[in-house]
Design a protein around this ligand. Structure first.
Ligand SMILES: Nc1nc2c(ncn2[C@@H]2O[C@H](COP(=O)(O)OP(=O)(O)OP(=O)(O)O)[C@@H](O)[C@H]2O)c(=O)[nH]1
Ligand SMILES: [Mg+2]
Length: 312
């Protein structure tokens, strides 16, 4: 008798479920439905379906709760440079110069109100460049500073020496210390947790008279000098590859301090290349060594070298 009662109860709840629109009520009805033990095979099949529906709705409800609102969340990168500074310091101007972007530039401060994401190619290496909305006094946007902590290189735009000092203080508050040099291998390991992180940095300005102790200060309009400095601060090594006689446009990138042999290169590409390897033809970037040279597995590659793999 009890089981028959469950079938009736099941039908009643099922009708209620059909007529409700709210997620909470639906979940509550489904929770009751799945605990019933109907005998009718049709109801049993339905119960299975309801169990799945309940899981889906629960998931929907929790994921709605944990929705993140930081505009920085969706920005993924391998190499990231951020342009930061107070309002109206030429951040967008520099971003557009470097990347060919078309970000809005205006006399009024705080024109850039959300992170502007662009891409630049330096010596064949792609780098994501993001203008972070202006830093300001009393700024409590922790997502913004967390994003800066995760950057590889920062460029601080300033209109005056004082502005550099106040930007520096704001960074310090979040334990970010700009440094005028690339990071050592050891320091690269520093994770963006709560501890102090050092960031290779440069200062960019319109005013040629501004000096910042210990820092290279560059002209915002001098795209080439800024690009060169960016490359230095990333501290990387590029190996260009030629496969089937064609040089690939984008090089493989390694940390500058890492020793990269022909073997390491093949290993990072496709292990099958190791098996078929006969020799490598190296075309040097370095003018002091003979132009082309034949090399084996152990040969150590330098920044800018081009490698053609001869395989069987
Ligand atoms: N002093 C000086 N100002 C310039 C020069 N070139 C442009 N500006 C002005 O600087 C203003 C700000 O430039 P933006 O590149 O928008 O500066 P921003 O730092 O991105 O500004 P926000 O996004 O508002 O924080 C612009 O209105 C330009 O007119 C220059 O060579 N010297
Ligand atoms: Mg701007």
């Amino acid at each position: 008798m009890k089981k028959i009662h469950h079938d009736i109860e099941f039908t009643v709840l099922r009708k209620k479920l059909k007529n409700t629109g709210s997620i909470e009520e639906k979940i509550s009805l489904l929770e009751q439905l799945v605990t019933l033990q109907p005998r009718n095979p049709k109801n049993l099949a339905l119960r299975r379906k309801y169990r799945e529906e309940m899981d889906t709705l629960r998931l929907k409800k929790t994921s709605k709760k944990s929705v993140t609102v930081s505009p920085y969340d969706g920005i993924h990168y391998k190499r990231l440079m951020v342009i930061i500074g107070e309002a109206n310091t030429g951040k967008s101007t520099l971003l557009n110069r470097l990347t060919g972007g078309d970000v809005e530039i205006k006399d009024t401060p705080y024109t850039t109100y959300k992170p502007e994401v662009q891409m630049m190619i330096v010596k064949g290496v792609s780098i994501q460049v993001v203008e972070v909305p202006a830093l300001f006094l009393g700024d409590t946007d922790t997502a913004k500073y967390r994003f800066i902590r995760n950057a590889d290189v920062i460029c601080i735009c300033v209109k005056s020496r004082d502005e550099y000092d106040s930007s520096f203080k704001k960074l310090m508050k979040y334990s970010i210390i700009p440094v005028n040099e690339p990071l050592s291998a050891e320091k690269k390991q520093q994770k963006a947790g709560t501890e102090i992180v050092e960031k290779p940095a440069m200062v960019a300005t319109w005013d040629p008279n501004i000096e910042v102790p210990d820092f290279i200060v560059l002209d915002i309009n001098d795209k080439d000098s800024v690009s060169d400095r960016i490359y230095e601060l990333f501290n990387i090594k590029r190996i260009f590859l030629a496969l089937h006689g064609e040089i690939q446009e984008h090089p493989r990138v390694f940390p500058a301090e890492q020793e990269v042999t022909v073997y390491d290169l093949l290993n990072s590409l496709d292990k099958r290349l190791i098996k078929r390897f006969k020799r490598a033809k190296i075309i040097h970037n370095n003018p002091s060594v003979p132009d082309t040279q034949s090399a084996g597995f152990e040969y150590t590659l330098n920044d800018g070298d081009m490698v053609e793999i001869i395989s069987s």
